[in-house]
Design a protein around this ligand. Structure first.
Ligand SMILES: [Zn+2]
Length: 412
């Protein structure tokens, strides 16, 4: 195989997709099933058709673009990622894995290679939790990690039901048809920017992921008592925002005290009601994200957060109610795929680092039904989910080359 990645074509496609956005460049905002997201999907489908790939779309909008292999009975090898982007994000998160995956397939096609197994490029729906409050919606449903019944209860921020939203986007089938059986894929490999700074700091061009950290997220509802900011004296107050502040700091403290830098906890949303300068906050809603590479250690931080909630609620005479959004087990990458990725790096004289994925990805859920591997490329300063997210064309091309080599090896 003489593989050549067309870096110019790949970069111009990344730039082109970045312009399909609800934010002003260089920021990218692409929320699932918005008109902008639907335009981006149509654009992606057109690129796949140009490459001669056979298209299938499931009921949640996961797109499968298949290069048919010679043996129709052999299980397929898959790659892919997502193109949805949180508000004011960058151009590369997810996109590198989707368009890099497409370019990897085209590089294989142009090398004259004919795969025995089909190679499938997957665009996963709503990896980002922005609209429905849960990340990796498409890969969760596809892998059976989220039941269709639970998915049907999801609504977006404005209260619109997911069933209505997806049908308006042209997806008429039932969600029960989305799940794929274990063994459906021979392998799944995802190319992604690191979203951390380790590769850059060590000046190593590629990271081969060994395991994916276990994420969990919660909504916390704090209810105190409102009142006039002048009229209610301090001893009589049950201020929900003061209680929330205490809880936020307690969560930070517990994550720092876990004994490992792998433990991270973030309160990313704080909604205050009624939200007026002269009114005591009566209610606060928080969203909390706690993750770790070690399930037990993560769960002990969750336990400590629970304990703090009880103490703060009792002390301040308020109620704190917690709702679990998701708590997933960590995922391991498959040894044979890690080895194939390593071999591909060696073949092209590229050094690599074995690395832990601290962010979670569609690969985590794919690991429930298929052997998975992940390949990371550096991103500047580790920045991600912000407009100045950046991965260099050379790094993107290198990652794509190793992905192509790996898909070729796995597809035989
Ligand atoms: Zn991503």
């Amino acid at each position: 195989m003489n593989l050549e990645v067309d870096k110019h074509r790949l970069m111009s496609e990344i730039e082109e997709l970045a312009l399909i956005s609800d934010a002003e460049a260089p920021a990218v905002t692409r929320i699932v099933f918005t008109p902008t997201d639907l335009i981006a999907r149509a654009w992606f489908l057109a690129r796949c058709k140009e490459a001669g790939l056979a298209i299938r779309q499931d009921a949640i909008g996961n797109i499968f673009a298949r290069w048919n292999g010679q043996d129709p009975n052999a299980t397929a090898v898959a790659t892919g990622s997502h193109i949805d982007a949180i508000p004011n994000a960058g151009k590369y998160d997810g996109v590198v894995g989707v368009l890099g995956g497409l370019e990897a397939i085209r590089a294989l096609q142009q090398s004259g290679f004919t795969p025995k197994r089909s190679i499938e490029l997957i665009l996963f729906t709503s990896e980002e939790p922005t609209r429905f409050g849960i990340g990796c919606l498409g890969s969760r449903l596809l892998s059976g990690s989220l039941s269709p019944e639970a998915a049907k209860k999801l609504t977006d921020k404005d209260g619109a039901p997911i069933e209505q939203i997806r049908r308006a986007a042209g997806l008429q089938e039932e969600l029960e048809t989305v799940k794929l059986p274990a063994g459906h894929y021979q392998a799944f490999v995802e190319l992604h920017i690191e979203q951390g700074a380790l590769l850059e700091q060590k000046q190593i061009p590629l990271g081969i992921v060994s395991k994916i950290a276990a994420p969990s997220s919660f909504r916390i509802f704090i209810e105190g008592a409102g009142g006039h900011a002048g009229g209610v004296l301090m001893p009589d107050r049950r201020d929900a925002l003061c209680a929330a502040s205490e809880l936020i700091l307690a969560i930070e403290h517990q994550a720092k005290a876990s004994g490992s830098t792998d433990t991270v906890a973030t309160v990313g949303i704080c909604e205050v009601f009624p939200g007026a300068v002269n009114s005591i906050p009566s209610r606060v809603n928080l969203s909390v994200d706690i993750r770790d590479t070690d399930l037990q250690r993560r769960d002990s931080v969750i336990g400590a957060m629970d304990a703090s909630s009880h103490v703060i609620a009792a002390k301040r005479g308020i109620t704190i109610r917690q709702e679990l959004v998701n708590a997933d087990a960590p995922g391991d990458c498959a040894a044979n795929i890690v080895e194939t990725l390593s071999e591909s790096c060696r073949k092209h004289g590229l050094s690599f680092l074995t690395i832990v994925s601290r962010a979670y990805h569609d690969s985590l859920f794919m690991s429930r039904i298929a052997p998975v591997g992940m390949l990371f490329i550096p991103c500047r300063n580790g920045y991600s989910h912000r407009p100045d997210e950046y991965a260099s064309p050379d790094d993107i091309a290198r990652g794509t080359l190793v992905l192509a080599e790996t898909l070729g090896s796995l597809a035989g």
